[in-house]
Design a protein around this ligand. Structure first.
Ligand SMILES: Cc1ncc(COP(=O)(O)O)c(C=O)c1O
Length: 405
């Protein structure tokens, strides 16, 4: 009998499926997987119905529907100040997840090294492995101060991660799961290292619109000096417009890099769902009010959830972007009889306990590390939820931790 291939066996089932199944089993409020419990703008659903009615129901073109590629190029030019040719430099993919796989499979050869920051979005490491590449890791460590989004990397560790075999670095900003928004100085350093070592940068910008601190705006790596020709910018519709199930993503890259991405994409999915692409083309240019509304909700949810997590005794690392809060559970009061039986310093045990006994599911972030011990004291909570959902989580947390609410 065949089993899971040796390339993929080490990765098991993604933690998102595992925690979501556990949350369903225990009737827990799911603050684990990062998806909204509400829909995006209604006009987009009308556009989708129109696209189906108008007959966009057969295979779309392999690089993506031209109308969508033009919309993506116009939007990127307006926001990043980077002009791109939608025919030669933009590929529409089945979510950003497919774009990540296509980048690795289309451009990385066995033995090539790819620098990843840890913690990382879990598909990065699997995609590098599927391509036969070798991942090298640079840690983002919790900040000493409590400023928003301030997870930090060590410059010497980053410099040392670049070797003669390094072909690519993947930078996710705003960053899941830490909520870090990379600063201008950090991106400048990354850009200089890429130029110096002739390395390609992949900028995963799926949370590009979801930023909360005026002094920490999202910056596009492709707009840094020398980076236009060596940056692949990835993004998607899912996080920005609360349509994670539509799975429309894209890769913006110079022609030579796009050739590699498309070489893989044509055999992975060929093209994502065609009517969704037409609806996305209508949504992107008209989406600003919906984005503003979402960011306002997230900003207020961030404050609310951070407050509740602090009340129960967690140290909160306030995110500057994304819709996740990382919190440190190592300082919990073990004398609290309500916490009897909970092992200290084990994020998996903590998140299972929260799901099963409190009825609130979170993600144990050690699975996002090459060195899991760096994440054992942490838990990740998603706050892209209706306020009523967060209030129900607050009620359960306060009552389980013995706090009058
Ligand atoms: C950093 C990051 N990149 C990519 C993705 C996947 O995006 P999509 O849903 O468009 O495939 C996610 C989803 O959680 C993510 O957090």
């Amino acid at each position: 009998m065949l089993g899971v291939s040796t390339r993929l066996a080490p990765f098991g089932t993604t933690i998102f499926s595992e925690m979501t199944a556990l949350a369903l089993k225990h009737g827990a409020v799911n603050l684990a997987q990062g998806f909204p419990d509400f829909d995006g703008p209604e006009f987009a659903r009308v556009s989708l119905a129109d696209a189906v009615a108008q007959g966009h129901n057969q295979y779309g073109p392999m690089p993506g529907a031209p109308v969508l590629r033009r919309a993506i190029a116009a939007d990127f030019a307006a926001r990043a100040g980077v002009q791109t040719d939608p025919d030669r430099e933009i590929t529409v993919t089945c979510g950003c997840t497919e774009a990540i796989a296509a980048v690795m499979l289309g451009l990385i050869n066995p033995g090539d090294e790819v620098v990843l920051f840890e913690p990382f979005y879990d598909s990065y490491r699997a995609a590098v492995a599927m391509a036969g590449g070798v991942a090298r890791f640079v840690a983002l460590r919790p900040p000493r101060s409590d400023g928003p989004g301030a997870f930090e990397f060590d410059e010497a560790e980053l410099r040392a991660a670049f070797t003669p075999r390094t072909k690519m670095i993947l930078v996710n900003t705003p960053h899941n799961p830490t909520g870090k928004v990379f600063t201008r100085a950090e991106l400048q350093l990354i850009a200089e290292l890429c130029v110096h070592h002739g390395v390609v940068a992949v900028a995963d910008e799926v949370y590009e619109h979801l930023v909360f601190e005026p002094n920490l705006p999202h910056l596009h790596l492709a707009s840094f000096e020398g980076m236009r020709k060596r940056t692949i910018t990835l993004s998607s519709l899912g996080k920005t417009f609360s349509y994670t199930g539509w799975k429309i993503g894209w890769a913006i890259a110079p022609e030579g890099l796009t050739a590699g991405i498309r070489a893989a994409h044509q055999f992975l999915t060929f093209s994502p769902a065609h009517p969704m692409q037409h609806a996305a083309a209508a949504l992107i240019p008209a989406g600003a009010p919906a984005i503003a509304e979402l960011v306002a909700l997230l900003r207020s949810n961030r404050e609310f959830l951070a407050g509740v997590l602090r009340e129960i005794g967690l140290r909160v690392f306030m995110p500057a972007g994304t819709y996740f809060i990382m919190a440190d559970h190592s300082g919990l009061d073990r004398k609290n009889p309500k916490l009897a039986g909970l092992t200290a310093g084990d994020d998996r045990a903590f998140c299972r306990w929260l799901t099963e006994h409190v009825g609130v599911a979170a993600i144990p972030p050690s699975v996002f590390y090459d060195r899991p011990e760096l994440g054992h004291h942490l838990a990740r909570f998603a706050f892209v939820k209706k306020r009523a959902t967060l209030e129900e989580s607050a009620r359960r947390l306060r009552s389980s931790f013995g706090i009058a609410g």
